[in-house]
Design a protein around this ligand. Sequence first.
Ligand SMILES: *Cc1c(COP(=O)(O)O)cnc(C)c1O
Length: 459
Amino acid sequence: MKTIIEPFRIKSVEPIRMSTHDERVVCLKEAHYNLFAIPSQDVMIDLLTDSGTGAMSSEQWAAIMRGDESYAGAPSWFRFRDVMVDITGIENVLPTHQGRASERLLVEVMIGHGNAGIGKIVPNNAHFDTTRANIEHSGCTTIDLLTPEGQDPSTDAPFKGNMDLGALEALLSERADDVPFVMVTVTCNSIGGQPVSLENIKGVRAICDRFNKPFFLDACRFAENAWFIKQREAGQGDRPVEDIAREMFDLCDGATISAKKDGIVNIGGVLLFRDKTLFDATSNLLILTEGYMTYGGLAGRDLDAMAVGFREVLREDYLRYRIRSTEYLGEKLLEAGIEIVRPAGGHAIYIDAAAFCPHIPSHEFPGQALACALYEEGGIRSCEIGSVMMGEHAHMELVRLAIPRRTYTQSHIDYVIEIILEVHKRASSLVGYRITEGPEALRHFTAKFEPIKQAAPTC
Ligand SMILES: *Cc1c(COP(=O)(O)O)cnc(C)c1O
């Protein structure tokens, strides 16, 4: 069958408030053309992020009712822990309120307090922004070691998230004493949800062994990564996806996980250590800011929702639908001649806004222009990832369409495609934006914009 259906029936719905074009023009203006400032009630299809926006299953909701509240050692904790140990094989499990709390603790235990990171460097295939920020907060520097193929958005390759093993080896040969640990992000969010191959993870392990370095996975989308390995890596096609995921974890010394992604919950995170001494040290730090180590800043019901979500995410019918539905959106845009980061990632499609509106220069924010136009045309909220978000560090002008898990149906996605094609037809009429007010750092969240009026035609 060519059509892959959503492998679920819908039994509880959240109405979408339908808005009109005129209403959206007003909303945009009131939000100073910053989509973060638009209340989600005024958004029809919200593709701002896939984090914490997925739909929980009836089993997860049942688990929430089953959740027990206790400070220490509630049944919810044991159910959650047993699932994590079963999936990952890593015995030392800490719950946290979300991924960045896991990252902060990892940095504190592996690098130290205060400015202990000065002079040190942590390599990753590509750091996610909160991972980078947490590491750099310690004074440590970060480096992204993607392969050249991973840095080229216009070509298709199966594992663009791979780490450049030669570069990792060179870094460790030169500065082994300065590297507290090595990280690999699966799938690689910063370059569009591109996967990392099992062979590459094995290569990183071998190099880490040679230099005696701990190796951690940023495993937010471990199940999507395992599915890509099953589909694309030689010799992996017949393995159950659980086995592949397990092998990924077998190769590392621990992991940070945001359960808001492949845990399919609205809040939650995990921190895993193979080493008991590191786990004990981190448990003490966890108590300072997150809570006791059997709840980590969450309620028992949240632990139960994660316990069910982490199992459901590994079901092959779910993963087949999940990855296909993202690919479907990418495929239709490519067919219409719209340039995207290739190939389609696991959780998002990135439109090349510079190619979409070639008449708008980077300093007039083509990504912002496209994101505003998609909202105005169809009530779709996307996210600019370009010169607004990254300032002078932007390599590309992208608009990200992140797909929440199990939330929208194919007709929602068909509508998104229709709106993008509609805007594409009149792309030459889109105008650039200027920032009228905004902070220096992380300005994309709060900056105010105004459209730059086109000069009146002279004839
Ligand atoms: C979302 C994310 C994080 C941070 O997780 P939060 O739950 O948002 O704190 C870290 N790494 C990657 C790759 C992510 O996608």
